[in-house]
Design a protein around this ligand. Structure first.
Ligand code: HEM
Length: 715
């Protein structure tokens, strides 16, 4: 006889089912929290809420929130669930302003918090709650006054010297070398924070095993487990307390503790003043008058927590920002050239000396940095928690005490209403006029209101200085290892580029880039050569254009040369018309859609296909469509072409992000080949071309095209 029935097996099944049903009921008990209040919520699934992709580390949380922001156009706010907990995503910028600035007293704490036992996590300025936060913030603010920053700048310049020597030693003359930029900028940022916060000469350039760099790297190197811990710290504070998750791992904590107390003790003994963070913390330790703070003591690990937050926040944010800036500048040499020109002119005026005022005085540098921070804000979202029930003015919304409120900085930074064509890196968005005309609370890479980044000016100074120094000495270009487009690490709590490929998702990612970057571009180069072999007159006209351009540039192939060839552009456009690598586009209806001006309603989840190839071969738009004729794309014909009949790279927000890069690659390859060689058909050339029905991308039968190649006449 078993417990409930006559069989143990049956008892086991009943108990298991009861447990599952209880867990299910418990985890879904709060679902419809928002719906009941008349607020649209994203339908959650049991046990995950809406957070499944983040928990499975397929999507970085900043991009999860951005996706909600993008999907819920025109809504001021929307409810979602992390596991079973109701969260609010605030979209409306007026409401964003209320939460961050105007009604700060209701939202004076972040929702994220660390375990109170883990003092270095819990007590640091980013995580600690009021009333302790206010006191510590006030005490630490003097670290960032203009006077202090000027003094710190002198310390930064010593680090610049190390960077300078390191770059010299690399011998980058001639064709240059491939460099892992993130490591370079991280070393520099570590040196700066080591010197300005801890008063130490780190020099991670000279010493590849520098401990500061080693442990700094550890803090932000995420394996699957660590990535989960960080996710919990930012979204699941209850779990953090239950499982005793630590903000920094054991080794970095031991290291920071040792260095901090050694430095502090030395400073106490010597009485030396260095105007750095250690001085400020020492002052706090010795002269604090706020002994009644329950949540904070001005000693021990609570003091170290401030140094730890400056150390971690200080180098990672700055180094990733500079890395992204260099990446974008390598992608857009014309912007890089304009910036280098500004830097050279400033250095000429100052006899080569980099000064504090110079760093702040360069408008284009500021525009480039601002645009980098728009596209890649290190922290892509902001969070607050209502500390008392809040009736939202002018909205039918009451935010209950304890509700987590998240704001998608990335969503706002990429909103086409405020930043048209948001995937384009365009510093002009931040010229004086555009800045003046932009509404408030749509751009805030450093956050906004009293909780905004305390290191804002320091971070900017550091990133600008790094960029200024590197560009004054080097030109950056893409190399074959550059990942284009850049992939954001889905495990990162911050916006960071993916380091290396591992795991399933990333393998898929690698395959996509291989095929998108190689098959599409390489296929197009071959198709162009094929058509040119069949149309010698067109080939000769194109070669003539290439020779003339190269003569004018002393044989140097530059970005400007590549972009200045109108006939090349016409030839490549026509190849893309005849052989678009992906012959169709597809979308899915996200919600029921009544097609304007047609008697047709598409139901939610209907697959919609657009036959690009059919449009490209429609004689109404392209008469005699089988003919290879670049003249279809001369200026006049392009002007007269109706919209949305030619889109080899797709169209709209989902269009190919690698479009410009692919064109650059194709044109460069064609210049190189046609400059020296002539292509003609041979016996094995397939005429007419047969497209392989087995391939998913447009490719020739059996993936081969044979052509004859011989040295061209260079006259
Ligand atoms: C490019 C550089 C940086 C960026 C983009 C950045 C961004 C941010 C953001 C978005 C926040 C949250 C603000 C909010 O919730 O409204 C923040 C907070 C913070 N940052 Fe930064 N940061 C940078 C550099 C630094 C540096 C260099 C330091 C220290 C040396 C620093 C220390 C902090 C601290 C302590 C907080 C918490 C402030 C508080 O809650 O009172 N950050 N930062």
């Amino acid at each position: 006889m078993a417990l409930i029935t006559a069989y143990w097996g049956l008892d086991g099944m009943i108990i298991l089912m009861t447990l599952i049903i209880t867990a299910y009921l418990y985890m879904t008990r709060k679902f419809k929290y928002w719906k009941k209040r008349g607020i649209l919520e994203i339908t959650p699934i049991p046990f995950f809420g809406n957070f499944k992709e983040c928990l499975l580390q397929k999507k970085a949380p900043a991009y999860f929130l951005k996706d909600i922001y993008d999907e819920m156009k025109d809504l001021p706010y929307v409810g979602f669930y992390v596991l079973d907990k109701p969260f609010l995503l605030v979209r409306n910028r007026e409401l964003v302003k209320n939460i961050l600035v105007k009604d700060f007293s209701y939202f004076s704490d972040r929702y994220n918090t660390a375990d109170p036992i883990d003092r270095i996590g819990y007590a640091n300025l980013f995580f600690i709650r009021n009333p302790a936060w206010k006191v510590i913030r006030t005490k630490l603010t003097p670290f960032f006054t203009s006077g202090k920053m000027k003094k710190m700048f002198d310390l930064m310049l010593i680090c610049v010297k190390n960077l300078d020597e390191y770059l010299d030693a690399l011998e980058l003359e001639g064709n240059g070398k491939t460099i892992e930029v993130r490591e370079l900028t991280a070393k520099f940022a570590t040196d700066i924070i080591g010197s300005t916060a801890y008063g130490l000469d780190v020099n991670s350039f000279k010493d590849p095993n520098a401990e500061f760099r080693k442990y700094g790297k550890m803090i932000f190197q995420y394996d699957t487990y660590r990535a989960f811990e960080m996710l919990a710290i930012f979204f699941l504070p209850t779990l953090v307390r239950l499982t005793r998750i630590k903000m920094f791992g054991k080794e970095p904590t031991d290291f920071m503790r040792k260095v901090f107390w050694e430095t502090l003790t030395q400073r106490m003994k010597s009485g030396l003043k260095r105007n750095d963070l250690v001085d400020i913390l020492l002052e706090l330790k010795n002269n604090n008058n706020d002994n009644d703070l329950k949540d904070f003591t001005f000693d021990g690990d609570d003091l170290l927590a401030q140094a730890a937050s400056f150390f971690s926040a200080g180098f990672e944010t700055s180094s990733t920002t500079t890395t992204f800036a260099l990446y974008e500048l390598a992608m857009q040499p014309e912007i890089q050239n304009a910036l280098r020109k500004e830097i050279f002119e400033a250095l000429e005026k100052s006899n080569g000396k980099i000064t504090y005022d110079m760093v702040w005085s360069l408008p284009y540098l500021d525009m480039v940095m601002s645009e980098t921070l728009r596209m890649y804000p290190p922290l892509g979202y902001i969070n607050r928690m209502a500390n008392q029930t809040y009736k939202v003015p002018e909205f039918n919304l009451v935010i209950e005490k304890g509700t987590p409120c998240y704001i998608s900085m990335l969503g706002l930074h990429y909103d086409p209403e405020y930043f048209p064509n948001p995937n384009k890196f365009d510093p002009e968005r931040f010229n004086e006029e555009n800045k003046r005309n932009r509404p408030s609370c749509v751009y805030f890479p450093f956050g906004e209101g009293p909780h905004a980044c305390i290191g804002n000016r320091f971070g900017l100074l550091q990133t600008k200085l790094t960029l200024l120094k590197i560009l004054s000495k080097c030109e950056v270009t893409l190399c074959k290892e550059t990942l284009v487009p850049v992939v954001i690490d889905p495990k990162g709590a911050m916006t960071v580029p993916l380091d290396e490929f591992d795991g399933d998702v990333l393998t898929a990612q690698a395959v996509t880039f291989f095929s998108a970057g190689f098959d599409t571009s390489a296929g197009l180069i071959v198709f162009t050569l094929y058509e040119l072999a069949l149309h010698l007159d067109i080939q000769n006209t194109l070669r003539k254009e290439i020779h003339q351009a190269l003569n004018n540039s002393d044989g140097k192939i530059t970005y400007d040369v590549i972009m200045s060839l109108p006939y090349m552009d016409m030839v490549v456009s026509e190849t893309l018309r005849k052989y678009p690598p992906l012959g169709f586009l597809n979308r899915k209806t996200m919600e029921t859609y009544q097609i304007p001006n047609f008697n047709l309603v598409l139901e939610k989840d209907t697959p919609v296909y657009i036959p690009m190839l059919a449009l490209h071969y429609d004689p109404e738009y392209f008469p005699n469509p089988e003919k290879f004729d670049p003249e279809r794309f001369n200026e006049e014909n392009k002007r007269n072409m109706p919209s949305c009949v030619y889109f080899p790279f797709g169209d709209g927000p989902h269009a190919c992000i690698g479009n410009r890069f692919a064109l650059l690659l194709i044109k460069l390859a064609l210049i190189k080949m046609l400059n020296k060689y002539e292509v003609t058909p041979c016996e094995k050339t397939m005429i007419p071309m047969i497209i392989d029905p087995a391939l998913s991308l447009t490719g020739p039968l059996n993936s081969v095209i044979y052509l004859n190649m011989r040295k061209a006449n260079t006259d």
